[in-house]
Design a binder for this molecule. Structure first.
Ligand SMILES: Cc1cc2nc3c(=O)[nH]c(=O)nc-3n(C[C@H](O)[C@H](O)[C@H](O)COP(=O)(O)OP(=O)(O)OC[C@H]3O[C@@H](n4cnc5c(N)ncnc54)[C@H](O)[C@@H]3O)c2cc1C
Length: 365
C-alpha cells in the first residue's frame, strides 16, 4: 500500500478546498480561525481511529496521522489545531476515568468544545529540563490549583478543555488533570504574538485557586500516563511534518512540469523516496506497538522528518526562484517557510529529543 494515498475521504475535500482558500488568513490571525474547529470537525477527521463504540471509525492510528498530514499539506495552523484537539481526545480514550470520556467525547468529536494539550510541561519534566508549573493543595474532597501554563494551543474563546500535569507534593506522583474554561480561577491571555500559526488560538493560562474535583483527573500518575501516551502523541504530531513535506513536493513537481525542469527530478525523487520510507516506518511502528517498547526509534523518525521538512522547503525555494519572494504571486512559499520554523520547536522539540537520545546512548554504552 502506498502510505501517501492511505486516505481517500470525500469529506476531506470540502475541508481542504476551504483550507486552500484560507491558509494565509489562518497563518496571519485572520477571522477564519473562528470557524476552524467546526470545519475540521465537520470533515469527520476527529472520528478517524477512535473506536467505533465511542463514535469513531475504528481504523488504525496511522489513518489519524494521515488525515493530519493531509490538513498540514494545506495549512500547518489547521494541522496543529487538529493535532492538539485529536491528541486531547486520545488522552480521554487512554484514561482509566471512563466517565470523563463519556462526558466529553460527543462534544469533542463534534468540535463543540476545543480540546487543548498543555503536556509539553509534562514531557519536559519527564526529561528533567523543567519543573511542573501547576501545584495542587488538598481542599475538601479535591484540590486547589495554582500556577501558569506558558503555551497552550486551541484555546477557542467559545470554550475549551485543557490537559495539564499537576504537582501533588512529595508523597504522591504528579497527575494529569482536565481544566475547564468555565471554571473560576482560569484566565486566558490574549493570543500570543507569534511568527506564524497566528490563528491557532495559542495563549498562556493563569491558574489561581482553581478547584479541581477527583472526577477531573485524567490519570492519577503522570509518570505512567505520559510514556504510555507518547507513541500516539508523537506519532500524530509527525503528521504535521509529513503534510508539510507533501506540500513542498507538490510545489516542486509543479515547477518541474512548468519549466522543463527535468533537472529537478533527481532531487524530487530522492525527497519522495525518503518521505515514503519514513512514513511507512512511522505508520507500521504506531500500528504494531513498536514505539511503546522502542521509543528511541520514534524519536529518530521525528528528527528525520523535521530534517526532511527543512530539506524539502529549501528545495522548494530553489525550484520556485525569485517568485518565492513576490507576495503578489500565490506560491504559498512564504507561509510554508515560516511554518517550517515551527516543526523543530514543538514539544518534544528536536533539541529535547537529541538530549533524550544522547542519554539513551549513554545508558546503553
Ligand atoms: C506556536 C506554538 C504553540 C505551542 N503550543 C503548545 C501547546 O499547545 N501545548 C504545549 O504544551 N506547548 C505548546 N508550545 C510549547 C512548545 O511545544 C515547546 O515546549 C517549546 O516551544 C519548546 O520549549 P523551549 O522553548 O524550552 O525549547 P527547547 O527546544 O526545549 O530547548 C530550549 C533549550 O533547552 C535545551 N534543551 C532541550 N532539551 C534538552 C535536554 N534534553 N537536555 C539538555 N538541554 C536541553 C536546548 O538546548 C535549548 O537551549 C507551543 C509552542 C509554539 C511555538
Amino acid at each position: 500500500m502506498n502510505a501517501q494515498t492511505l486516505i481517500d475521504n470525500p469529506d476531506l475535500s470540502a475541508l481542504t478546498a476551504w483550507l486552500s482558500e484560507h491558509a494565509d488568513e489562518l497563518d496571519a490571525d485572520g477571522p477564519a480561525q473562528a470557524e476552524l474547529l467546526s470545519r475540521l470537525a465537520r470533515s469527520g477527521l476527529f472520528r478517524v481511529s477512535v473506536p467505533e463504540e465511542l463514535g469513531g471509525n475504528g481504523q488504525p492510528v496511522s489513518q489519524a496521522i494521515d488525515v493530519i498530514a493531509e490538513v498540514a499539506r494545506y495549512s500547518l495552523t489547521a494541522a496543529f489545531v487538529a493535532w492538539g484537539h485529536r491528541t486531547f481526545i486520545e488522552y480521554l480514550l487512554a484514561s482509566p476515568n471512563f466517565e470523563l470520556a463519556q462526558q466529553w467525547l460527543p462534544a469533542l468529536l463534534e468540535g463543540e468544545i476545543a480540546g487543548a494539550t498543555a503536556l509539553s510541561n509534562a514531557m519536559k519534566y519527564l526529561s528533567g529540563i523543567e519543573d511542573i508549573q501547576i501545584r495542587a493543595t488538598p481542599h475538601d474532597d479535591g484540590w486547589r490549583l495554582n500556577g501558569k501554563l506558558f503555551w497552550v494551543t486551541n484555546l477557542d474563546p467559545k470554550g475549551y478543555l485543557v490537559a495539564a500535569i499537576v504537582e501533588n507534593g512529595p508523597d504522591h506522583p504528579p497527575s494529569i488533570a482536565l481544566l475547564d474554561s468555565r471554571q473560576e480561577g482560569l484566565t486566558r491571555s490574549d493570543n500570543l504574538d507569534l511568527l506564524a500559526l497566528r490563528g491557532s488560538s495559542t495563549a498562556a493560562l493563569q491558574i489561581d485557586n482553581l478547584t479541581l474535583e477527583p472526577s477531573q483527573i485524567i490519570h492519577p500518575d503522570a509518570l505512567r500516563f505520559c510514556p504510555s501516551i507518547r507513541p500516539r502523541f508523537l506519532g500524530l504530531q509527525c503528521g504535521m511534518s509529513i503534510g508539510h513535506v507533501r506540500a513542498s513536493l507538490d510545489s516542486i513537481s509543479l515547477r518541474a512540469r512548468q519549466h522543463n525542469g527535468s533537472y529537478l527530478q533527481p532531487a524530487l525523487s530522492a525527497l519522495q523516496e525518503t518521505l515514503e520510507q519514513h512514513t511507512t516506518a512511522l505508520y507500521e511502528g504506531v500500528n504494531n506497538g513498536l514505539f511503546a517498547t522502542a521509543p528511541a526509534e520514534l524519536f529518530k523518525l521525528r528528527i528525520a522528518l523535521a530534517e526532511l521538512v527543512q530539506r524539502a522547503t529549501n528545495q522548494e525555494l530553489e525550484a520556485t526562484g525569485g517568485n518565492a519572494y513576490l507576495l503578489d504571486k500565490p506560491t504559498g512559499f512564504g507561509r510554508r517557510w515560516h511554518e517550517a520554523a515551527f516543526i523543530p520547536v514543538v514539544t518534544p522539540s528536536v533539541s529535547q529529543l537529541k538530549g533524550e537520545l544522547a542519554k539513551h546512548e549513554d545508558h546503553s554504552a
